[in-house]
Design a protein around this ligand. Structure first.
Ligand code: ATP
Ligand code: MG
Length: 463
């Protein structure tokens, strides 16, 4: 067996070649070989250590096991542990029903109406426990898919063998068995982790059609893990990209967050563009990116900036990146609106961003708590050109100043805003009130001697 170098530690082996792996067929005790049996990799032969598993997840696994149920860690946490990427989310799969899980844990809530999942809470950490589920089957159940093949129903409990088949990629279908710390591999997931390949389980075209979000997941994992998307999955993607239009906009917002706020936004963006998926998510942005290299440069700078912040554990808000994506289309539309009707540049930017947001939300349901500040952030940009007078100084107190300032600095960084003005706005933030008044050329008026504006005499109401 091949020894593979993990990104986390040079030369570390996922699988130790000298230790014999077994086939799970003997577990069934049927006397004959079971072709669906998993390859079982004993603890001594793999690198998934319990030190990499959260204490809470271990507690859940041990209690299920002691109560006589099967209990496995499954999905991204096993994959990431193998790659020494320090998983943070832990998903448990079991043959216990959700009600049986709830009976074992006081800190447990059942969620989901269609398919019930158990959430076991430990402070801020939630361990998701799912009962083995069967995939919707094309042949047996006509009502499980819509006309385009999208899954609309998959709420049937099943065996572990069935649970494997409904997962997306082979590397996401590895089961870590708490009974003896072995890994059960039904679909060649270990080999694909070693080869750094994203291989869909089952027929690629059918699996992409069932759930077009898998195309986005393929890109996300390829960017995060440095894996290559398998040729068969790539072929299906080339054909199935338009199916993304059928995915509910709310789900695409959740996916947007995972795509762009996980620390690999730049690579993810490049791959989304390469596979023509970005155009499905942000059509107006994609069009401008094709036409204007300087806009691409700005977007790339913002993505790099986001990745740096995520990796430094700093907060990121989706409104910033969405604002960046909509900046050029907003500027273009604002110019049109200004030509149609007399209005200030800020007003036209506000109006244009409103129109573009409305169109964008039909694709990705961006909540209002992000679109409202995002539009303000864009509309404030022309005000950074003004560095004299009371209106200019007031910008410092605007509730969106910080975001708008960061946005302007990014523009300046790529040469798309005056760097001297950017430095001015950076400096004034650290100045005293007197220094600021000087910088903005506001003449200080002695206290108590302020000139009062004379009120206009009220117009008489009667004719
Ligand atoms: P990460 O947590 O790094 O985003 P993950 O693989 O754990 O990656 P989750 O969205 O947490 O992704 O899903 C957990 C597991 O559930 C996956 O590993 C996969 O086995 C299965 N899964 C999730 N989404 C899908 C899907 N759309 N189609 C099929 N299986 C899925
Ligand atoms: Mg996960």
């Amino acid at each position: 067996m091949q020894v593979f170098s993990c990104p986390g530690r040079a030369g570390a082996a996922i699988i130790r070649p000298h230790i014999q792996c077994t086939s799970g067929s003997h577990l069934k005790n049927t006397g004959t070989q079971n072709p669906n049996a998993p390859k079982i990799i004993p603890r001594a032969a793999h690198n998934v250590s319990r030190d990499e598993i959260s204490k809470s997840a271990l507690k859940v696994l041990y209690r299920l096991h002691k109560s006589g149920y099967q209990a496995f860690l499954v999905g991204g946490c096993v994959r990431d542990a193998m790659l020494e990427l320090h998983p943070k989310d832990f998903d448990v799969a079991t043959n216990a029903t959700p009600e049986e899980v709830r009976a074992l844990f006081g800190n447990c809530r059942l969620i989901g109406r269609r398919f019930r999942l158990a959430h076991v809470r430990f402070g801020r950490e939630v361990i998701e426990v799912a009962t083995f589920r069967a995939a919707a089957n094309h042949k047996d159940d006509d009502h499980a898919h819509d006309e385009e093949g999208r899954i609309v129903r998959d709420n049937v409990y099943g065996s572990i063998e069935e649970d494997v088949q409904r997962r997306d990629f082979t590397c996401n279908a590895l089961y870590y068995n708490i009974a003896d710390f072995s890994i059960w591999d039904y679909v060649g997931g270990v080999r694909d982790v070693e080869r750094k390949r994203l291989v869909l389980i089952g027929d690629p075209d059918m699996r992409m059609r069932e759930d077009p979000v898998r195309m986005l997941r393929a890109v996300r994992f390829a960017a995060k893990l440095g894996f290559t998307i398998d040729a068969a999955a790539e072929k299906a993607m080339a054909k199935d990209v338009p199916l993304l239009a059928n995915v509910p906009a709310a789900r695409l917002f959740d996916e947007f967050l995972k795509l762009f706020q996980s620390g690999y936004a730049e690579q993810t963006f490049d791959l989304l563009r390469e596979y023509k998926l970005f155009a499905e998510l942000f059509p107006a942005t994609d069009k401008e990116l094709d036409e204007d290299p300087s806009f691409l440069q700005f977007v790339k700078a913002a993505l790099q900036n986001t990745d740096r912040r995520v990796r430094a554990d700093k907060s990121v808000t989706p409104m910033f990146l969405i604002g960046v994506f909509l900046w050029k289309p907003t500027k273009m539309l604002a110019a049109i609106r200004r030509a149609e009707e007399k209005m200030s540049e800020s007003q036209s930017l506000g109006l244009a961003s409103y129109e573009l947001c409305a169109a964008q939300q039909r694709r990705i349901a961006i909540p209002r708590r992000f679109t409202v500040p995002m539009r303000e952030m864009l509309a404030l940009q022309p005000r950074f050109t003004q560095t004299r007078g009371k209106r200019a100084i007031k910008l410092l107190e605007h509730r969106r100043f910080r975001a708008a300032y960061d946005f302007m600095v990014l523009l300046a960084d790529v040469g798309q805003f005056d760097s001297e003005k950017a430095a001015f706005w950076t400096n004034v933030q650290n100045q005293s009130a007197e220094e600021r008044a000087k910088s903005f050329e506001i003449s200080a008026q002695p206290k108590g001697k302020r000139r009062r504006r004379r009120r206009r005499p009220k117009r008489s109401q009667s004719p």
